[in-house]
Design a protein around this ligand. Structure first.
Ligand code: MOS
Length: 732
């Protein structure tokens, strides 16, 4: 596994390129790493709380209809049973995490198989689970049967898009064109830590240990749902075992534990089973995507069409934003992009790992490969010829874009052109080793850049150590390490001198972790707080912030130098940083870019496709920590492998239940599926992305990678497939 980091020229206008500590960007290990790997970091369900009762959710055994009665007496005599909580708020669907209000829905209505309808609370978990299985529920199924189970047959509403010029005409006059339709299946976030919550109510205030990504939003959702004020609630999530979108909003376990704790006046823990996580938390929508690409003799796009159909439950507003990066990635004056939303009865569709581009980019990049073949142009070259100078519809300039560099440097590092058997025009079925066809493929990556408002407090203590406090979460991404580095760099301290405390709503509220905005948003809040502290340190030294130099706990300025603790002279300095991004999308097109290169082998007899090696080259603004950034890239590429080859939510066509609701049946990649991965980071300074010039990293690795594998499957064995994942039955 190798990593190369190519650095942009330092931008001397940004203070992080002038500070002395030189710790920003370094591969600093996570301060939380040892606690996590030794099992001593407590996750939501793991707090030993006295007198804690155990709750198990009862879920709907039907797909659409209405609960007409819950017979608590059917289980109240069972051993250990304390209560059956039968509350309309339990049937609420999980929120999406970006709205302050939890979504409302008619009481007792069931919209999907596995939807929570009641909570059984008992003295221990086994008793609660047993009673939950025996609870008698009366219901009327099919009460909403005019809404179908299958998106193909459902009615759909347009969510808008872009129409420019005349795409049909461009397709007609094009030297080469493709008109292809792709299908992708639904995905599950499949976080390692199941959803869990422990709620405690002291009569005044509710304290909830939960596994959530965005506490600032989650506390608002929970307050709204329970009819409390935010001040009446404290949410704690210092460690989160993965989220991938499924914990952006509060979900049923948090609501159920809270309602039960308040009703029973005793702590209640609710942990979802793995099956419940898959069945009722949320899904990525399946998609159907039509790509129309038209180019001239030289491979220059004159027409670009991307139309997608996604689905959600009736009443839900989220529509998988499949076309997000297609809007600006490639040129083509005649454009038709349109998203439509079908209404079906599957669990709520929401943000799952790189919502939009995770499925939109693979379809686009697979279609680009078809076009490259038709036009007989190398796929890397085809992309290089079609980079627009500005956003093709809005005309907004790009804030920074290293797409060409990613394509070129990635191709070089992978050995795209000197692959031996790949000399000359690319043709399928050129190399075979035993019963395996070998092939290569590439694809581009793009993911819009998001930033969010964030606050953080930084305390510089008299002994010249610092404490960072914010409700920011670390969902396995490295927030503890990165925020420590930002503070250490700005205050001139060794990283070990900075303690980072996260995941507590009693701290200043940050962006949370989502949409790859966590590091740049929360990092900017810490940066702003430290800018303030630098000014105050300079004042103590009788100089200006521009003149002061801070390194290893020593302040130096023109004509003087003093250890920070002496300069502080017993004082503690405290600053709250408030980062409030302007709407950068008003003035710029901001995104991260990349390129994937894959070599696969495909078994001639079984159709099994395996990735031999894969490289991702990415340009995503300033790298704050080389090690955690690389880990994010590796994770993203791993998701790409899952999306390409194995991951699919499979619904029963008759009753609509999710058939593969555990990690044995829902196949995320395991070690055996993931070969040696190569990451090339092409660092850049994005002047508008955030004050620390960082863009999002986490999700980019999944935005197109599946197409590199799909294109390599075609190159290996000649099977041009139009459905992800490309399981052996489809390859054959
Ligand atoms: Mo991400 S799917 O916005 O956690």
């Amino acid at each position: 596994m190798s990593v190369r980091l190519k650095q942009d020229k330092p931008d001397t206008r940004n203070i992080l390129d002038k500070t002395q500590q030189k710790v920003i960007g370094k591969p600093v290990s996570r301060p939380d790493g040892i606690a996590k790997t030794t099992g001593t970091a407590p996750y939501a369900a793991e707090y030993a709380i006295e007198n804690c009762a155990e709750g198990v959710l009862v879920t709907a055994p039907f797909t659409r209809g209405e609960v007409t009665g819950i017979d608590a007496s059917s289980v109240m005599d069972m051993p250990g049973v304390i209560a059956v909580i039968d509350d309309d708020r339990l049937t609420a669907r999980p929120a999406q995490g970006t709205a302050a209000k939890a979504p409302a829905q008619p009481a007792r209505k069931v919209g999907y198989f596995g939807q929570p309808i009641a909570l059984v609370v008992a003295e221990n978990f086994e008793q609660a689970r047993d009673a939950a299985r025996h609870l008698k529920v009366q219901y009327r199924a099919d009460a909403l049967s005019d809404v179908p189970l299958d998106p193909e047959n459902a009615g759909a509403e347009s969510q808008g898009g872009t129409r420019q010029g005349d795409l049909a005409h461009a397709m007609k006059i094009a030297a080469h064109n493709v008109d292809v339709t792709y299908r992708t299946h639904g995905h599950s976030s499949a976080a390692m830590e199941p959803h869990a919550a422990i709620a405690q109510w002291d009569g005044q205030r509710l304290t909830v240990h939960a596994s959530l990504q965005m506490l600032k939003f989650n506390i608002a959702e929970l307050a709204d749902c329970l009819g409390l004020e935010e001040d009446d609630i404290r949410l704690l999530a210092p460690y989160v075992g993965g989220g991938f979108g499924s914990k952006l909003g509060i979900s049923q376990e948090t609501v159920a534990a809270s309602i039960a704790a308040m009703a029973l006046q005793r702590p209640v823990r609710v942990v979802l089973s793995r099956q419940q996580v898959l069945q009722c938390v949320m899904r990525r929508s399946e998609t159907r995507q039509r790509l129309r690409l038209a180019c001239d003799e030289d491979g220059r796009l004159i027409g670009f069409g991307h139309e997608a159909r996604v689905s959600n439950l009736p009443g839900e507003s989220f529509a998988e934003p499949v076309l997000q990066s297609s809007e600006f990635l490639y040129a083509g004056e005649n454009r038709h992009l349109e998203l439509e939303l079908a209404r079906i009865h599957r669990m709520t569709a929401g943000s799952v790992r790189a919502p939009g581009e995770a499925v939109g980019m693979p379809a686009l990049e697979a279609a680009m490969d078809v076009l490259a073949e038709k036009a007989d142009i190398d796929p890397v070259e085809l992309r290089l010829r079609n980079l627009p100078e500005k956003h093709p519809a809005s005309g907004l300039p790009f804030s920074s874009r290293k797409y060409a560099e990613c394509l070129q440097e990635g191709a070089r590092a992978f050995g795209w052109e000197k692959g031996g058997w790949q000399k000359g025009p690319r043709r399928p079925r050129q190399k075979k080793e035993g019963e395996w066809w070998i092939g290569t493929g590439m694809a581009g990556a793009a993911r819009v850049h998001n930033v969010m408002e964030a606050k953080a407090r930084v305390l510089l203590q008299p002994d010249a150590t610092a404490v960072v406090q914010t409700d920011m979460t670390d969902i396995g991404t490295g927030s503890y390490a990165i925020l420590r580095q930002v503070a250490a760099e700005m205050l001139g301290l060794e990283p070990e001198k900075v303690l980072v405390e996260l995941g507590d709503t009693d701290f200043p509220r940050a962006s949370g972790s989502g949409g790859s905005w966590g590091a740049s948003s929360a990092g900017s809040a810490v940066f702003v707080a430290c800018e303030d502290l630098r000014g105050r340190i300079a004042k103590l030294a009788g100089t200006s912030a521009e003149e002061i130099s801070l390194k290893d706990g020593i302040a130096s300025w023109h004509g003087g130098s003093l250890p920070l603790d002496q300069l502080l002279d017993g004082k503690q300095l405290e600053a709250e940083g408030h980062y409030q991004p302007g709407d950068i999308t008003d003035d710029f097109t901001a995104a991260g870019y990349g390129a994937f290169f894959a070599e696969v082998r495909v078994n001639d007899f079984t159709g099994e496709a395996r990735v031999n090696r894969m490289l991702g080259a990415f340009g995503f603004g300033r790298v704050l920590n080389e090690k955690t950034a690389r880990s994010q890239c590796l994770g993203g590429i791993t998701w790409s492998i899952g999306a390409a080859l194995t991951e699919a939510l499979l619904f029963d066509p008759v009753d609509g239940h999710l058939a593969n609701c555990d990690l044995a049946e829902y196949h995320v990649p395991v070690h055996r599926d993931v070969p040696d991965l190569d990451v090339l980071m092409i660092e850049e300074r994005d002047p508008v992305a955030s004050p620390i010039q960082a863009k999002g990293i986490g999700e980019l690795g999944m935005c197109g990678g599946a197409a590199a594998i799909a294109n390599a499957i075609y190159n290996a064995c000649g099977a041009r497939l139009f459905e992800f994942p490309m399981t052996p039955d489809k390859v054959l």
